[in-house]
Design a protein around this ligand. Structure first.
Ligand code: ACO
Length: 401
């Protein structure tokens, strides 16, 4: 048993909240989440409206600058994105030296960190002065890096960004255009990608954003800070879940027995969890998942794309939502549950799913970094409660040495 009184004598009074289940670490004006009622707003605007009426680039501007852009601001922002979309030629050679089959998330976090070496005005003061350029560079160049990483992985020549295309259309073109197979950009595919990116753009103090704020609080440069966010996002309990969901649905599809996997997910002695289910904050249906599910059904029908994994996903959802285990614990589909099925329909390979999440989350990370450095934030430095050995327990250990 832990001697609480003794610990208090040694440490003084500190709050113990492992994994920050119930601790607010900052004030923020960026994103509002109501996990009980399933509400998500960016800068006060409900995501449902943003999805209906805006493009991802406008939402990126909204998150970073606090307001939706005017027509002129949008044009200027797009120009900045275009001007900063090219990768330094020397960085392009990096791709030749990653092993074939390397996960694109590992490549991405490394490449982002390396930006500091190529754009060296990265101390906090220069970054603050130059924040619009650094932001535009990050949002734009990550898209180029992601598409280049994919092209390298399939052994095709890279496709350079085009200034005449919107953010999402440009990305799809860089991914899928090739000298032997010219890519036809479909407005509907662009619309779907916009929706997915908008819905992933921010989610207050999630694991990767917390990493960004904690690391940024040491006044680390913006690129290294974002690279840490990307690393945090890659975990299967966070952004990596979208890939893990598809792998799980494939496994269930091959096996054919949905109920067996529901049983496994409920078994506390088995590490298997229903990927894409559950959320630290939402205790009701994730509002992002609700939109994505609707778009998924409609888009697959519209393009006459039959994905057996959609049927499996529906079956899993129905079985879970009528099972007391999931009902009692308020476990509903989260943003990742139907996302991968849409990405598959767009032709995005599974190992790129989490990269897609990273592209979309970039404006959110930058907005939090900007808010943090603009505030009164001190370096993040939690306390601990030491429960290791005491001097009495180690007495004599050093004498025999
Ligand atoms: N399948 C089965 N049981 C689950 C699941 C699940 N997906 N999620 C939670 N539970 C159970 C837990 O075992 C626990 O049960 P217990 O009270 O009997 O011990 C209870 O529900 C509460 O779960 P916690 O793990 O304590 O919840 P926490 O808030 O720590 O974790 C998380 C949230 C990580 C999202 C969790 O629900 C999970 O692992 N889900 C699957 C992975 C996933 O989809 N991640 C993406 C999240 S969204 C995002 O990051 C973009």
């Amino acid at each position: 048993a832990i001697d609480i009184a003794g610990l208090r004598r040694q440490t003084g009074y500190v709050t113990l909240d492992p994994s920050f289940m119930n601790t607010a670490a900052c004030y923020s004006q960026i994103t509002f989440v109501d996990g009980e009622r399933g509400i998500l707003r960016y800068r006060g605007i409900p995501i449902e409206e943003l999805v209906r009426k805006t493009m991802f680039v406008e939402v990126a501007y909204l998150l970073v600058h606090g307001e939706l852009p005017s027509e002129e601001q949008r044009r200027n922002f797009s120009t900045m994105l275009n001007l900063n979309s090219m990768l330094h030629e020397d960085m392009r050679h990096f791709f030749d030296h990653f092993p074939r089959g390397a996960h694109p998330m590992h490549i991405l976090s490394t490449m982002i960190n390396a930006l500091a070496a190529f754009y060296p005005n990265v101390d906090l003061k220069s970054m603050e002065d130059d924040i619009d350029v650094s932001t535009a560079r990050l949002i734009s160049i990550v898209r180029t890096m992601a598409a280049f990483a994919y092209k390298k992985s399939i052994g095709e020549p890279v496709v350079y960004p085009r200034h005449d295309l919107s953010y999402c259309a440009n990305f799809l073109n860089m991914m899928f255009d090739s000298p032997v197979r010219p890519y036809q950009i479909h407005p509907e595919a662009v619309r779907i990608l916009n929706i997915l990116f908008i819905l992933h753009a921010d989610h207050e103090q999630n694991c990767s954003t917390t990493a960004v704020r904690a690391i940024g609080s040491a006044q680390v440069n913006l690129y290294a800070t974002i690279s840490a966010g990307i690393s945090a996002l890659s975990g299967p309990l966070h952004g990596g879940a979208n890939q893990a969901v598809i792998e799980m649905l494939q496994m269930i599809h091959a096996d054919g027995d949905v109920k067996k996997f529901i049983r496994l997910a409920k078994d506390r002695n088995n590490p298997f969890r229903l990927m894409g289910f559950g959320h630290r904050v939402y205790k009701t249906y994730d509002p992002r998942a609700a939109i994505i599910k609707k778009e998924c059904d409609a888009y697959l029908e519209r393009i006459h794309y039959k994905d057996p994994l959609l049927d499996v996903a529906r079956e899993v959802e129905e079985a879970a939502l009528t099972d007391p285990y999931f009902v009692e614990r308020n476990l509903y589909p989260n943003v990742d549950f139907y996302t991968g099925i849409l990405y598959r329909a767009l032709g995005i390979p599974e190992n790129m799913f989490t990269v897609m999440f990273a592209l979309a989350r970039l404006p959110g990370w930058v907005a939090h970094w900007k808010e943090m450095i603009g505030g009164e934030t001190k370096i993040v430095r939690p306390r601990q409660i030491y429960i290791g050995k005491t001097p009495a327990e180690t007495a004599g250990v050093m004498e025999s040495r």
